[in-house]
Design a protein around this ligand. Structure first.
Ligand SMILES: Cc1cc2nc3c(=O)[nH]c(=O)nc-3n(C[C@H](O)[C@H](O)[C@H](O)COP(=O)(O)OP(=O)(O)OC[C@H]3O[C@@H](n4cnc5c(N)ncnc54)[C@H](O)[C@@H]3O)c2cc1C
Length: 497
């Protein structure tokens, strides 16, 4: 492990049995995991190069049980790491040796489907795909669709503000969640938002979505559900160069067309995906766009013709349009399986996640090719091109000394490049531990201090998911420190506490 985590508190580790006994008074016996072999199940998440056995695991079933665990940890000064399905690619659910892992898998019920208000109320351990399955019979679906949707939970999606191929048109998790119930570190249960479309006061829901388990534990989520579009079709558009494909993406958006999804794969990714799922991808091209159009049939037909014309103008070497629903799903199958497909051609891969302004796509792709040569590591590119959200997959072999470190240095350079061209460190996978030490590339000290003040307003003791997101841990009191020159108090009119 090359990333440092906060030094574990040995006194807490020595108290493991006592802590388990105390938890036994507030949770049923099957909700506490003490045995090492059982705790090992939780030692890692999707950032599998990093592992750590948790102090203990708790698996509560009710909000009251979550509140009891958090309030106990608050009193005793014990750290807590919330966890959904453990698919985070940024190490957000990485356990701590001196912290309790709070698994939310048993919160797996759909509580209410309300087509009149176009929403559903679900527990946070419900998988993303299960929401769409639950409302399918009524002609609805839940729009954000991470590739991991079969496994990842809506609680994890809320914490990471997850996205997917359809977020270009329908927005990310933050645009599709109407409300949450959340337990604060002292055990207080709060509700933010609800079935209504707006809430009074500050947009606290907006703060909680994407907060990576640092502000509270989400115990219920109200999501927006949308009517299924009348018609959808997908276009497979091949290009002789990445640059031409990148230019086509910008041209489609500039023409005022917002496809339901617009994804790009480069040559290594196309070949890996085609070998794996036989989606019918052309193999004689350097870049492939999958462009989905949805809506009333007449609108889709009109947009299809316009997109085809733009693609031809930008040098497309071939265009295939799905003729049936089965064919549309087959076009997507390759993209959705691109990560495991790349896993077949390399012992290990490291999935990056950065976002750039769309017009910078050609420049960034060229620069990444140069980096790939510099580090001597192959790189396959799969990304949400319409959103400018890159997912370079850096191929390496962890058994070769130094390759993991080279892959991490390559990844860090890609993220620095994203920031340099006007983009951001993450698109949808979160900061976690993975990008924690790069936060200084994006934010200055004043920015980071302000963000930590916000964290302190929710969790003064820094007990929720410490070691994630912030490159340095500060005591909350230190952040309020004030320098007084020559006895002159700044803003003397303001009340002091
Ligand atoms: C193959 C693969 C493909 C992926 N594709 C995508 C993609 O297309 N788009 C995308 O956005 N992501 C993708 N991901 C990343 C991952 O699936 C998402 O980040 C997902 O939202 C994590 O959900 P989870 O339930 O697994 O959460 P976990 O990994 O368990 O946790 C993630 C974070 O959420 C916090 N958390 C979990 N539950 C709660 C809760 N109830 N309350 C408070 N905090 C909580 C944790 O502390 C942690 O910080 C992919 C991952 C894999 C492995």
């Amino acid at each position: 492990m090359s990333l440092k985590m906060p030094e574990p508190d040995q006194a807490t580790i020595r108290r493991r049995r006592d802590i388990a006994a105390a938890l036994g008074t507030i949770l049923p016996p099957d909700a506490i995991v003490v045995e090492e072999s059982m705790r090992r199940v939780y030692e890692s998440d999707g950032l599998s190069a990093y592992r750590q056995l948790p102090l203990l695991v708790t698996l509560p079933r009710t909000t009251a049980e979550v509140a009891a665990v958090l309030s106990y940890c608050h009193r005793e000064g014990i750290k807590v790491v919330p966890r959904g399905a453990g698919t985070s690619l940024s190490g957000g659910a990485l356990p701590l040796a001196d912290g309790i892992l709070l698994g939310m898998a048993r919160f797996n019920r759909v509580l209410d489907i309300d087509p009149a208000n176009r929403c559903a109320v679900v527990q946070p351990g419900v998988t993303n795909l299960a929401i769409s399955e639950a409302v399918k019979g009524l002609g609805f679906y839940y729009a954000p669709d991470p590739s991991s949707q079969i496994a990842c939970t809506i609680g994890g999606n809320v914490a990471e503000n997850s996205g997917g191929v359809h977020c270009l048109k329908y927005g990310l998790t933050t645009n599709n969640v109407l409300g949450v119930e959340m337990v604060l570190i002292d055990g207080t249960v709060i509700r933010l938002g609800g079935k209504h479309l707006d809430a009074a006061g500050y947009d606290l829901l907006g703060i909680v979505i994407g907060s990576e388990g640092l502000l509270g534990v989400v115990t219920e989520v109200t999501v927006r559900i949308l009517p299924r579009p009348e018609h959808a079709c997908a276009l497979l558009v091949a290009f002789p160069t990445n640059e031409q494909a990148g230019n086509c993406v910008s041209a489609v958006i500039a023409a005022g067309i917002v496809p339901a999804g617009m994804e790009m794969m480069d040559r290594p990714a196309i070949h890996a995906a085609e070998d794996f799922v036989h989606a019918g991808y052309p193999l004689d091209c350097e870049a492939l766009l999958i462009i989905e159009l949805d809506g009333p049939r007449a609108e889709v037909d009109e947009l299809k013709a316009r997109v085809e014309a733009i693609a031809r103008e930008r040098g497309a070497s071939s265009i295939a349009v799905s003729q049936t629903e089965e064919e549309r799903l087959r076009f997507w199958a390759g993209r959705k399986a691109a990560f495991p497909a790349v896993g077949r051609i390399s012992p290990d891969y490291y999935c990056m996640d950065g976002t750039i302004p769309r017009r910078e796509l050609p420049r960034v792709l060229t620069e990444m090719r140069r980096m790939s040569e510099h580090y001597g590591l192959r790189c396959a590119n799969v990304f949400h091109a319409g959103d400018g959200n890159l997912h370079p997959l850096i191929l390496y072999d962890a058994n070769q000394p130094g390759e993991l470190e080279r892959a991490e240095a390559f990844g860090a350079d890609i993220l620095k490049l994203c920031v340099k061209v006007g983009g951001v460190l993450t698109g949808e996978h979160g900061v976690g531990v993975e990008k924690r030490d790069l936060m200084g590339v994006m934010f200055n000290e004043a920015d980071l201090a302000q963000q930590q003040r916000l964290k302190c307003a929710f969790d003064e003791g820094g007990l929720l998911n410490p070691g994630k997101v912030f490159p340095e841990l500060h005591r909350c009191a230190e952040l309020g420190r004030m320098h007084i020159h020559a006895g002159r108090l700044p803003h003397p009119d303001l009340p002091r506490f």
